[in-house]
Design a protein around this ligand. Structure first.
Ligand code: ATP
Ligand code: MG
Length: 555
């Protein structure tokens, strides 16, 4: 995996300096998701970064669930997150829950109170917001700001003991209501919430706020480099304040990097949850979702995702990455892994009128393009085949090289077939085409007598497996779905899913299991669906089509 991790970046430089100067002997990073939803590709960037750094510098990495908000968190999310990180190919050194530190955090809050650096405030959430001031105006001090240490200790304990209702009181850090950094204007650090926590049950009814809890979690675990996304840059002074004023022994350093955004999708658990709750998708693992579980079900590989994360690198400025870049890495990876097979997605019957009825022959075809080691397989061929509807035209357009009456075409791995006529039903729809084959032209026979311009794939109608193909387009139409006050839910692509009933050759497929991947000749890369596939029905998800006009800028 080291070759995947070959790019240098500003975070690596900081770490190298810290190791060289002796500030640290070794590093500890962490990946700290809140278990309030499923992980997405954006998280993969953070995972690759944190686990990658720990691997590269022989350090350690903690998997930590940042579970300080009882209302949104759930065991289901904890389990999916663990599964996703492992699937991406990473192992943590320690697994922690922030909620295991509630006792320690409570003690540290008391340290603050005793130093006169925190107070219990009776203002409502709204009043606190209103008195916070603006970028140009200072905030107003709370009338409760000068409570005595004794009173604060007493009230905070009673908050903990459940004597007050939700929202009745909060604990605030006492810093500076006129600080130019709004985060310093007496931020709330504890609030009351009488709700059951997925880990601590009903033990607590006060919960620490993120900006207080997170630095403590990092310090408790001895994290050396706490890597987070850019929106936390303004919070860094508060982060440092909490570590210092709570008298933590270990001092972590927060470093911010740009979050990953992708075109034509949204990437926040909260927004993805909306797509699920509104029924836009059929769950978190819908193959159109940018969740790790969604792309896994769709057939993406961890190798491709890691290569993509390495390519996009780590920057200090937010940007949106073209999702076709990820497709590019998928093709590169799948090209080497997914065996070839022939599948017909929109079938049209082709009858070879001069081929003996009742006869079937087995043709030897290669398993992988450009890879002889992958060997060959035997594919049945008989008088009745299926080809793609689009591979026949009654009135061929200019330069059309596939089937039309009078034209000869190569059936991949089989024979040349000349189209002779076609049959329409009473509605005028073409239901069948006819042709004749030339036994001399058998693939691999060295025939050089004449050339044809078109090659099409096919399956043997008498020996094929009916199956369903699910083709995906971006879930969201806009490249930048939240620009200019737009709402992403208003821009859902109504055609993001196309379901087709077709056929696939039997040889490769009869033992196919969920998540097995194939390159269907001319059709793209497909993976067996985990949810809709049954003993009686094979369902394939299209991972990516074969070609794209997209070019990697750096290559
Ligand atoms: P979400 O809005 O999706 O819930 P979050 O930032 O609240 O995202 P957490 O679960 O708290 O998500 O994040 C765990 C880690 O993943 C954090 O360190 C966070 O900075 C990082 N992360 C989340 N989204 C992205 C992204 N799009 N790109 C890079 N890192 C991300
Ligand atoms: Mg979040």
């Amino acid at each position: 995996m080291s070759s995947e991790n070959n790019r240098t970046n500003f975070i690596k430089n900081i770490i190298k300096d810290d190791l060289a100067s002796g500030k640290h002997d070794s590093i500890i990073t962490r990946f700290p998701p809140e278990p309030n939803g499923y992980l997405h590709i954006g998280h993969a960037k953070s995972i690759c970064l944190n686990f990658g750094l720990a691997n590269e510098f022989n350090g350690k990495v903690n998997m930590r669930f940042d579970d300080t908000n009882p209302l949104k968190e759930d065991e289901e999310y904890v389990n999916s997150i663990k599964e996703d990180v492992k699937w991406l190919g990473f192992n943590w050194d320690n697994l922690f829950f922030a909620s295991d530190y509630f006792d320690e955090m409570y003690k540290r809050a008391i340290v603050l109170i005793k130093k006169g650096k925190a107070y219990v405030c009776d203002l409502s959430q709204e009043e606190i917001r209103e008195t916070r001031g603006t970028l140009t105006e200072p905030g107003k001090e709370s009338p409760y700001r000068n409570r005595s240490v004794e009173e604060n200790l007493d009230l905070f304990e009673r908050m903990k003991n459940g004597e007050f209702k939700d929202g009745e009181k909060v604990l605030r850090a006492k810093i500076d209501m006129s600080s130019p950094n709004l985060n310093f204007r007496d931020p709330v650090i504890y609030r009351i919430s009488h709700s059951t926590h997925h880990n601590t049950g009903d033990k607590w009814c006060i919960y620490p706020m993120y900006s207080f809890a997170h630095p403590l979690e990092d310090a408790i675990e001895g994290i050396t480099h706490s890597i987070c996304t850019l929106e936390f840059e303004d919070q860094r002074p508060l982060y440092d304040w909490v570590v210092r004023e709570c008298e933590m022994e270990s001092v972590p350093r927060q470093i911010e990097f740009a979050r990953l955004n992708l075109t034509n999708t949204v990437m926040s658990k909260r927004k993805l949850k909306l797509l699920v709750d509104e029924g836009v998708t059929d769950g978190w693992d819908d193959p159109r979702m940018p969740t790790i579980s969604g792309v896994r079900r769709r057939g993406f590989t961890p190798e491709a995702i890691r290569a993509f994360c390495n390519e996009i690198g780590v920057a200090k400025a937010d940007s949106t990455v073209d999702s076709r870049l990820l497709d590019h890495f998928l093709r590169e990876d799948l090209q080497q892994k997914a065996p070839l097979a022939m599948a017909v997605l929109k079938p049209l019957k082709l009858v070879i009128t001069n081929y003996p009825e009742g006869q079937t022959e087995m043709l030897e075809v290669e398993n992988m393009a450009k890879n002889e080691e992958a060997g060959t397989r035997m594919v049945p061929f008989s008088r009745e085949l299926y080809i793609e509807r689009d591979d026949f035209m009654e009135e061929p357009v200019k330069k059309y090289r596939r089937f039309f009456v009078g034209n000869e075409v190569r059936l991949k791995g089989a024979y040349f077939v000349k189209c002779t006529d076609f049959v329409k039903d009473e509605n005028g729809e073409i239901v069948e085409i006819h042709g004749t084959y030339d036994p001399e032209t058998k693939s691999g026979s060295g025939f050089t007598g004449r050339k044809v311009k078109g090659t099409v794939h096919w399956v043997d109608a008498n020996n094929c497996v009916p199956c369903e193909f699910r083709l995906f387009e971006p879930l969201i139409l806009d490249n930048d779905p939240e620009n200019e006050g737009k709402h992403f839910l208003d821009q859902i692509n109504p055609n993001s899913l196309e379901v087709l009933q077709g056929y696939v050759e039997p040889t490769q497929i009869k033992d196919a299991k969920p998540l097995d991947k194939f390159q269907f000749v001319r059709n793209g890369f497909y993976s067996v669906d985990t949810k809709y596939t049954t003993d009686d029905k094979l369902v394939f998800n299209r991972i990516v089509p074969l070609k794209s006009s997209f070019k990697l800028e750096s290559k």
